[in-house]
Design a protein around this ligand. Structure first.
Ligand SMILES: Nc1nc2c(ncn2[C@@H]2O[C@H](COP(=O)(O)OP(=O)(O)OP(=O)(O)O)[C@@H](O)[C@H]2O)c(=O)[nH]1
Ligand SMILES: [Mg+2]
Length: 367
């Protein structure tokens, strides 16, 4: 899984990258033209920590998420120029976007548009993503028109044309493609494209030191909370104090708890960001346990047991026979695997079994 960090220049993108990946990439100093920063974040999971304490494996492996930090987006960036192609290439493959929105004010860090105006900035970046996609849609429509005129693959081309006209109408109405619903067939037709406004989006609102989030900072944008996740403008959001969180990310492990308490921060932004990304990507975690290794894996919600097994190794998907399965919650409640078995909660699941968050699997396979 890969997440792209985007936003206007000097909003704290690299700062957030450092926070979530525990890197120390240089921040400040306008980064346009520099190669993207690539890093890996560990997905915190207290369940795996507990499992590891029970099974005492040689190795404990948390799930990871890759982050890409690109140079600041400037108005007109998605138009055709060298910078834009570099920007797009870095973002094409990501599964979701995190848009860093600046609320912190610091005269030492000039904003490219001079004033602090998060609502304007959100609009600017959203518009750039929409314009970038519009270019792709227009090009494809031209091509389809030519195919239809030449009678090439006519029925197919006309179907795709109808779909792309719908995309065009959406974008011309200044709406992201995320706002549309697609049939399975349409999703398939769009698979080869990498529309930026179709990717799940998280707003990361970068506050000043000691500043608390207040919806009035975003007056004009609808703000609410769904499933305990803040939503702004229909997208998931989280607020964080960039400078403070950067310090937290660089503290030795044993000092973190005290510092958080002193700063009145309940949970580090890195954890909240990863959790929010899981939420928008609609992915879940399952575990494998044993003497050698206890490990967390990530799979899409709704995946069947063989699909989840495929995340471990393609052989396990190909040769899938059955999955031994019980849940973290049952093990935690009952204490031992034997007690879970005794309670009849240790199951053998077949190919159609849909994996749930927190399931502990052992895949029986034969290749
Ligand atoms: N006061 C304050 N400064 C911050 C905060 N977050 C980032 N900065 C500073 O703002 C400057 C720019 O931060 P970066 O993280 O490099 O910003 P960026 O978005 O990556 O910038 P570009 O890559 O150049 O577009 C640095 O000097 C940071 O230390 C914050 O929350 N408060
Ligand atoms: Mg940067």
């Amino acid at each position: 899984m890969e997440i792209g960090i985007i936003g206007l220049p000097s909003v704290g993108k690299t700062t957030l990258f450092n926070i979530v990946t525990r890197n120390r990439v240089k921040t400040g100093g306008y980064a346009a033209g520099n190669a993207p920063n690539l890093g890996v974040a560990t997905v915190p999971d207290a369940r795996l920590t507990w499992l590891s304490e029970q099974f005492h494996p040689k190795k404990t492996t948390y799930a990871t998420v890759n982050f890409v930090d690109v140079a600041g987006l400037v108005e007109g960036a998605t138009k055709k120029d060298a910078f834009s192609s570099q920007f797009l290439a870095a973002l094409r493959a990501v599964d979701a976007l995190v848009h860093v929105v600046r609320v912190f004010d610091d005269p030492a860090v000039p904003h490219p548009n001079e004033t602090i105006d998060p609502v304007r900035d959100i609009h600017t970046v959203d518009t750039e993503l929409i314009l970038g996609d519009m270019g792709v849609v227009e090009k494809r429509l031209e091509r389809l028109q030519q195919d239809i005129a030449k009678g090439r693959n006519r029925a197919e081309a006309e179907k795709e044309q109808a779909l792309f006209l719908r995309l065009q109408t959406c974008l011309e109405g200044e709406q992201p493609l995320r706002a549309l619903e697609f049939s399975e067939q349409e999703k398939h037709a769009l698979r080869g494209y990498t529309f930026l406004s179709l990717k799940p989006l998280v707003y990361a609102i970068n506050l000043g030191e000691g500043q608390a989030f207040d919806p009035s900072m975003l007056t004009g944008l609808p703000t609410d909370t769904v499933d305990g996740v803040l939503r702004v403008n229909g997208n998931s959001a989280l607020a964080f104090q960039g400078k403070v969180e950067e310090e937290i990310a660089q503290l030795p492990e044993e000092e973190v708890a005290d510092f958080l308490e002193a700063m009145g921060i309940e949970e580090p932004a890195a954890h909240r960001l990863i959790r929010t990304c899981y939420y928008v990507l609609d992915v879940i975690s399952f575990f494998t346990v044993g003497e050698d290794e206890c490990r967390a894996w990530t799979t899409r919600r709704g995946d069947t047991a063989p699909m989840a097994a495929g995340r471990i190794h393609s052989d396990l998907e190909r040769g899938f026979i059955r999955a031994e399965s019980f849940t973290y919650a049952d093990l935690r409640r009952l204490g031992t695997v034997a007690a879970v078995k005794e309670a009849g909660l240790f199951r053998l699941e077949g190919k159609d079994h849909v994996v749930e968050d927190g399931e502990i699997l052992n895949i029986r396979f034969n290749v």
